[in-house]
Design a protein around this ligand. Structure first.
Ligand SMILES: [Zn+2]
Length: 161
């Protein structure tokens, strides 16, 4: 028995995994769940769309492109998603922490598009939470780093006389 948590789950497909297969009832490629394995091969699958159980039929796309096993493809996709999320979040979070340190304990201003902000200004946004102005882009736009994302926000909409 392979311990899927300790091993490399993408190296082999296991019962319960999802895989693309041609479904005879849906008459197209749908996502299936593996219900039985024979040797190292997927044997029986169940269609997650119509619920019919049948022998595994490799997806047309997989056969045409001779891509690796669907489980490998899924793993690569998951890894790609995970790494892109990590770098995006990491980047934003790192800057956010630095700016937070720099801004100190000052009270953040509630976000208001009619107000003018300056660099390192702390802003409390109703949706994005606590953010800090990283760049003043022009007289009406600021780039604000929030804990989870970076946003371009409008400011100084109303010119005060
Ligand atoms: Zn189906």
């Amino acid at each position: 028995m392979v311990d899927r948590l300790k091993g490399h789950p993408w190296k082999s497909t296991s019962v319960g995994d999802e895989t693309d297969s041609n479904c005879p009832r849906c008459k197209e490629e749908t996502i299936h769940r593996v219900v039985a394995m024979m040797a190292e091969e997927v044997h029986l699958v169940i269609c997650t769309r119509c619920g019919s159980q049948h022998k595994y039929r490799p997806s047309l796309a997989a056969m045409r492109k001779k891509v690796p096993l669907p489980s490998e493809r899924q793993a690569r996709l998951l890894k790609k998603i995970a790494s892109s999320q990590a770098s995006k979040d990491g980047e934003s979070l790192e800057d956010w922490r630095k700016l937070k340190e720099f801004a100190g304990e000052g009270q953040p201003l509630p976000y208001d598009q009619n107000v003018s902000y300056h660099e390192n200004q702390a802003i409390q946004h109703p949706t994005f939470g606590l953010g800090f102005v990283r760049t003043v882009i022009d007289a009406s736009k600021v780039e604000v780093v929030f804990e989870r994302e970076v946003k371009i926000l409008a400011m100084n909409r109303l010119k005060s006389d």
